[in-house]
Write a protein that binds this ligand. Structure first.
Ligand code: ATP
Length: 244
């Protein structure tokens, strides 16, 4: 049984169909890539999985139970945590307090010594222990992305959704990030669903890849299979599909 199962999900915004009859499975323990050109529906699908958006049609199951009756504020407790494409943090709060917000969803009282110690450990793990008492405002984008990751990790998720983690990183940093995501998966016993435009990163670490284009799923497979798929090549090159 897949850890996450998305079945025939559609989400519209007025006349725009952001995702259209999309189905995909994410197996426990895998790193799975979700790719597609701009506007393909990737972030919308993340927002549906985390229940920020209600699907117009379809079903979502996590660990064998529907997610459709779980309100957004209970999603983390179900075992799903995420980062955001453009970073969503409390900018006037310290880095540590932002991370404690992630712990709040799991543990009470969330300011206890043990929870704070765990938050410090996770900040150390993601490499930003020195920033614990700094306000989030003013920190670099790369550091803020790590704060978000730490906030997600202290919530002890089974499934981690990463939305463009390579955004703003240079070539060497992207290469380190790939190694880091693999280590993260192993150390925290995670399943990872990754939205990313950096093809080198996705192809290097994902075991399975799903491809969206104009809201529809056009391909799925191993990185090799997806890279050879004509529909995927056409979507990325913007070519007209070949006549049937
Ligand atoms: P990118 O790679 O550029 O982040 P994406 O694949 O994540 O793109 P989405 O952001 O999910 O794509 O957008 C899919 C489509 O849905 C786009 O046409 C977008 O304009 C539309 N859309 C997304 N969110 C909304 C919204 N809140 N209101 C109206 N339209 C939306």
């Amino acid at each position: 049984m897949a850890l996450l199962s998305v079945r025939n999900v559609t989400r519209r915004f007025g006349g725009i169909v952001a995702i259209d009859d999309v189905s995909l499975d994410v197996e426990k323990g895998q790193i799975v890539g979700l790719i597609g050109p701009n506007g393909a529906g990737k972030t919308t699908l993340f927002n549906v999985i985390t229940r920020l958006y209600k699907p117009d049609a379809g079903e979502l199951e996590f660990a064998g139970k529907s997610l459709l009756h779980t309100p957004p504020h209970r999603i983390v407790r179900r075992g799903i945590a995420r980062t955001f494409q453009n970073v969503e943090l409390f900018r006037t709060m310290t880095v540590l307090d932002n991370v404690l917000v992630g712990a709040h969803t799991r543990t009470k009282p969330f300011r206890s010594g043990a929870v704070r110690a765990r938050a410090h450990e996770v900040l150390d793990y993601v490499g930003i222990a020195d920033f614990a008492n700094r306000p989030a405002a003013g920190l670099s984008f790369g550091t803020l992305k790590r704060v978000e990751l730490a906030r997600a990790l202290v919530a002890e998720p089974q499934l981690l959704l990463l939305d463009e983690p390579a955004g703003g990183l240079n070539h060497a940093e992207v290469s380190e990030l790939g190694t880091f995501i693999r280590k993260l998966r192993d150390d925290f016993d995670l399943t990872v669903l990754l939205v990313e435009h950096h093809m080198g990163l996705v192809m290097g670490i994902a075991e399975r890849i799903h491809v969206l284009d104009f809201g529809r799923k056009i391909a799925e497979g191993s990185p090799d299979e997806v890279q050879r798929n004509t529909a995927v090549i056409e979507a990325y090159l913007g070519a007209e599909p070949a006549a049937a």
